[in-house]
Ligand binder design. Sequence first.
Ligand SMILES: [Zn+2]
Ligand SMILES: [Zn+2]
Length: 255
Amino acid sequence: MELRVLGCSGGIGGAAQRTTALLLDRDILIDAGSGVGDLSMDALCRIDHVCLTHAHLDHIAFLPLLVDTVAGMRQTPLTVHAPAAVIEALQRHVFNGTIWPDFSRLPTTDAPFMRYRELSLGQVLRLGERTILPLPVDHSVPAAAYRIDSGQASLVFSGDTGPCDAFWQAVNAIDNLRILIIECAFPDRERDLAVLSKHFCPSMLADGLAKLERACDLYITHLKPGQAEATLAEVESCLGHLAPRRLSNGLVLTF
Ligand SMILES: [Zn+2]
Ligand SMILES: [Zn+2]
């Protein structure tokens, strides 16, 4: 399996800053932030599934535009997989007929442009040889992390989260864990904001990673533009022994 990073920033600003979107092989999108906007029309049309970690705008901003753009070129509905509360938020606040059309009922309820599929914790989504499993996290709105298992190895993407023991327990139970992508949205001087918004800052992330019992490649994501270098320097100073790397646009992870 291949995971291509389309966007991994906590904000926007030039070609280097795109919000969260990861392309799994060619047909599965994990979150639909502004990174989706760099894909060619051809690549957009190949996306059959979108798995969402949560409904915050930086993770769904380009979903409405994606559905609208490819709708006329697809034979089957685009399938959006997410926890029930995330689907409810999309229905109520985005695809509500005011902000954007309800494409789960259009052009007809029998053959809509998109459809929702609820993913609960512990429930495996199988797509061919590949499996995707939601894991628990603790963010300011209902959210999930995802374990993506190629059959050879697993990659875990945290989405957005603050401290969460259940997350580390779930990660420790993955015997073929190879890659962990975890967020660190704020520098330590904004620790209060990180606590309030249920994100990590480096010192909190170090406390969390102290609970990790498995060796893996560690990537840091969701850095705020303008604070990325400072945050990374703090990550390096408290987590240097784990050789953390910065997730970057265009990076392809194979597992
Ligand atoms: Zn969020
Ligand atoms: Zn976010």
